[in-house]
Ligand binder design. Structure first.
Ligand code: EPU
Length: 424
C-alpha cells in the first residue's frame, strides 16, 4: 500500500496546470451510453475513478480508448448488459451515474445500491424518485435498484432534499430526460458547473437542454443523440486545493487552466483569511502573507463554499491567528480528518456538524491516515507545513481524485515522496 512521506516547511513556488474536472468527466463518460456515434473527450484526467468508470463502461458494452494528452474516445459497441454490479458501485459511488443513461437508452437499468461511505450516509432516493417521475418502474432486487420503462415521458419534478439538491441525481434525471418523450422541467436542480458542463456536452450530442447552471433546468426529449467532441472544464476542487497549498506554505503558485468564476466563494474566504488571489493574463496567482486571519466557513451547494474543500480549508485555518468556525451543511458527518489533523497538533473540536478551529502557531509531523479523497488532501496540505516528517497512509484515496499529486507538488518545491509497503 502506498504512503507519502512529507518533509514540511518548504515554500511552494511555480506553475501548476489544473486538470479536467473529475466530477464533470465521470457523468459525461456515463452519458456516452446514450450516444450513437463516437465521442472524443479532451482534458480527461488520469485518475483511479476515471479508470473505474472506464472499466464499468467496458462491462456495459462501451469501448474506450485513451490517447496521449488527456484524450479519450468512447463508442457503444454492445447494448445487451444493463447491470452495474456491486463490486464497481462499492468502489466508486459515481457509478450510479450510469442509471439515467441506461434507462433512457436501453429502457432498463440495474444498479447496485451504493452503501454508506467514509463521508456519511449517501442515499439515492432522489435519483430514483426523479426517474420514477419520468415513468420508470422501480424495484429492489438483491440489493440492486431495478428500473424499467418501455418509454419515458417528460415531467415536472422537484429534486431538492434536506441538504439541498443532488448533483449526480440531477445528472441522472437530466440524462434520462434527453431521450424521453416531451419536456421535463427539473426544479431545484443542482447548479454545479459540472452539471452545466454535462448539459453542454449533451447539447453538443443533439440534446435540447436549457437553464443548466440554474435551479430550473428544462429538457425537451429527442429521438437520438449522436457523438461529439468536448473539452471537460477544469477541476475547481483541484484548483482550490492547490490555492490552499500555496497559502499554507506562504508560497506563490500560478495556476493555469483555472476558472476563477467557478471559485468565487472559495476566493472570498481565502481573501478574508489574508491570501492574495489575482488573475494575471491566463493565470491565477495565489500568494499569502505570513499572518492568516481566522474566518467562518459554511459549506453549501454551489455557488456556496464547496464541501469538497471543507477539509482543506480546515487545515489552513488550523494555523490562523485566532478561532474559526467551520460548518458542514452537505454531509454533516464529513469530519474524519478532524482527529487526524489533531494528531499533527491542530486544535479542532467537533460540535455536531460544526468544528471549532483554534489556530495554533505550528503543526508537527506525525503518522496520519487518509480516510477519503478530500480528507487525504487536507492531510497532505498540513504535512507540507508541519515541522519534521509527516507520513500519510492509504494514499489510494487521493489517487482517486488528484493526478500524480506528489509529482506536481514536488515540481513547485515540496519535499514529498511516494513509498510502498507490503503490509497493512
Ligand atoms: N442526498 C439525498 N438523497 C439523494 C441524493 C443525495 O438525500 O438521493 C443528499 C446527500 O446525502 C447529501 C446531499 O443530498 O447530503 C448532496 O448529495 P449529492 O447527491 O449532491 O452528492 P453526490 O452527487 O453523490 C457529488 C460529488 C461529491 C460532492 C457532492 C456534493 C460527484 C461524482 N460527486 O456527489 O464529490 O461532495 O456532489 O457537492 O460529482 C468528491 O469529489 O470528493 C465528492 C465526494
Amino acid at each position: 500500500m502506498d504512503y507519502f512521506l512529507i518533509q514540511g516547511g518548504k515554500r511552494l513556488r511555480g506553475v501548476v496546470e489544473i486538470n479536467g474536472a473529475k466530477n464533470a468527466v465521470l457523468p459525461i463518460m456515463a452519458a456516452c451510453i446514450m450516444c450513437e456515434g463516437e465521442v472524443t473527450l479532451r482534458g480527461v484526467p488520469d485518475l483511479v475513478d476515471v479508470r473505474t468508470m472506464e472499466h464499468l463502461l467496458n462491462q456495459l458494452g462501451v469501448a474506450t480508448r485513451r490517447e496521449p494528452g488527456g484524450v479519450m474516445r468512447l463508442k457503444v459497441e454492445d447494448e445487451m448488459n444493463c447491470h452495474a454490479d456491486y463490486d464497481l458501485v462499492r468502489r466508486m459511488r459515481a457509478s450510479v451515474c450510469v442509471m439515467g443513461p441506461l434507462l433512457g437508452r436501453r429502457h432498463k437499468a440495474q444498479v447496485s445500491m451504493p452503501g454508506g461511505c467514509a463521508i456519511g450516509d449517501r442515499p439515492i432516493n432522489l435519483h430514483v424518485a426523479g426517474l420514477a417521475a419520468l415513468g420508470a418502474d422501480v424495484d429492489l432486487v438483491n440489493g440492486d435498484i431495478l428500473l424499467k420503462a418501455k418509454r419515458l415521458h417528460g415531467a415536472e419534478l422537484f429534486l431538492g432534499g434536506p441538504f439541498g439538491s443532488t448533483v449526480t441525481g440531477t445528472a441522472n434525471v437530466m440524462m434520462a430526460a434527453c431521450l424521453a418523450e416531451g419536456t421535463t422541467v427539473i426544479e431545484s436542480a443542482a447548479c454545479e458547473p459540472e452539471i452545466a458542463d454535462l448539459a453542454e456536452f449533451l447539447n453538443s450530442c443533439g440534446a435540447r437542454i436549457t437553464g443548466h447552471g440554474t435551479p430550473r433546468v428544462s429538457i425537451t426529449g429527442v429521438r437520438q443523440l449522436g457523438g461529439c467532441e468536448h473539452t471537460v472544464i477544469p477541476d475547481r476542487i483541484e484548483a482550490g486545493t492547490f490555492m490552499m497549498a500555496g497559502a499554507i506554505t506562504n508560497g506563490e503558485l500560478r495556476l493555469r487552466n483555472c476558472r476563477l468564476e467557478h471559485l468565487l466563494a472559495v476566493v472570498d474566504r481565502l481573501r478574508a483569511i489574508g491570501v492574495n488571489v489575482e488573475r494575471e493574463d491566463d493565470e491565477v496567482v495565489v500568494s499569502s502573507a505570513r499572518r492568516l486571519e481566522p474566518v467562518d466557513v459554511t459549506s453549501q451547494p454551489y455557488p456556496g463554499f464547496p464541501t469538497d474543500l471543507q477539509a482543506q480549508i480546515m487545515a489552513l485555518l488550523s494555523l490562523a491567528d485566532g478561532n474559526s468556525v467551520v460548518t458542514e451543511k452537505i454531509y454533516p458527518d464529513r469530519f474524519m480528518h478532524v482527529a487526524e489533523l489533531n494528531r499533527l497538533g491542530a486544535k479542532l473540536r467537533k460540535e455536531g456538524p460544526t468544528v471549532i478551529v483554534q489556530g495554533v502557531k505550528r503543526l508537527v509531523g506525525a503518522q496520519v491516515m487518509a480516510s477519503d479523497l478530500r480528507a487525504s488532501a487536507a492531510l497532505v496540505l498540513a504535512g507540507l507545513v508541519a515541522k519534521g516528517e509527516t507520513r500519510v497512509n492509504r494514499v489510494y484515496h487521493i489517487d482517486r481524485g488528484y493526478e500524480k499529486i506528489e509529482r506536481r507538488l514536488r515540481a513547485v518545491g515540496a519535499e514529498i515522496e511516494r513509498q510502498s509497503t507490503a503490509e497493512e
